[in-house]
Design a binder for this molecule. Sequence first.
Ligand code: AMP
Length: 400
Amino acid sequence: MQNKPIVVMKQMPILVLNSGSSSIKFSLFQASGSERSKLFEGAVDGIGTDRGKFWIKDASGKKLRDETPALPTRNVAFKLVADALGQPPFPYPAAIGHRMVAGGPHLTRHQRITPEVLDEMELNVAFAPLHTPIAVYIMREAEILFPGVPNFVCFDTAFHTTIPEVAQRFAIPEQYWEKGVRRYGAHGISYESIVYQLGKDVPERLIVAHLGNGSSITAIKHGKSLDTSMGLTPTGGLISGTRTGDIDPGVLLYILRDITGGADELETIVAKKSGLLGTSQLSNDMRELRDAVAAGNQHAAMAVAQFAYSVKKFIGSYIGVLGGLDMLVFTGGIGENDIAARREICAGLEHLGIIIDAKRNDVRGEAVISSEASPVLVRVIPPAEDLLIANHAYKMMQEA
Ligand code: AMP
């Protein structure tokens, strides 16, 4: 199968697709020159459950679709999206941009999707085992349901290719480094979007904490990734909703010897049953944990405390790596909305120049939350991953 030639238009509608384990989020942008306007956004959510949702809203926030369809499979869910977007008032896309967590050692550049690129991504499932099969499936479907429209992929790992080798390497035998076993990081498009939004205000020494269902943190020097908490896969680094984060390898060996299911069972334990869920024995959702803490649940309190502790430790070590700090940014669902998490993480970091103002921190969404006296500017900035992907797709269309 050969890719069709690219047709560049003055006004270019760009569809951005971001597929997760049970959802497909999408945005439709109109791009022209340096102008980008988001026309519509929406999602199908609850795929494979009996709580399917489908919604689309326009730029003013008006809901054009708001339904609870049966979504037994991804196939049904994506067909629903493609059918809806194939009709007015939605302009037919001139390009489609996809988010991808990791493509393995040879695919780290944002690029046009070709049959070879798809095959290579499938060969490298091990680098993001929970994400890659779904994302590649949606990419293949997009080529069928939007025939003739060029598809582009943006890798989270792309932003982290600037990490120096000393921080990329694990201290394991050389043969694994040669096989591509190294720190790739994740959430790169989110980090790139924070740097993009900061524009000329990007400081020399920046830490961005992307705290959501999956959490990671990155040290950024002069706008470039210097180190990041996630490793070969998104399982390393900070404690996440269901993932362990960094863990003594001896613990993995201990568990492996204790279970019968081998590597697959171990993967389920470290990636799906650990983190906030594992410690709380209740939920991976921070809102539910906060409610449980308020009701006196000690396990939930430990999970929340452990989470804040893991972020605090990384901030301290990244201040060391950066040689000081000018700005700390919180982003992601928890970073943007959980006032208590930001307070708990920053408590005790005053001697490192991080001083939160309680009133300013009492906010959800974009804000400066540090006090006037704080040497480090602390901000909350929502990520703009879909805009970043639209930008890259537009640029690649122009260059093609
Ligand atoms: P994300 O993966 O970025 O969508 O973030 C999801 C996480 O953000 C979940 O743990 C949510 O519970 C958490 N979250 C969203 N809104 C709030 C809120 N108002 N307070 C606390 N946590 C929140």
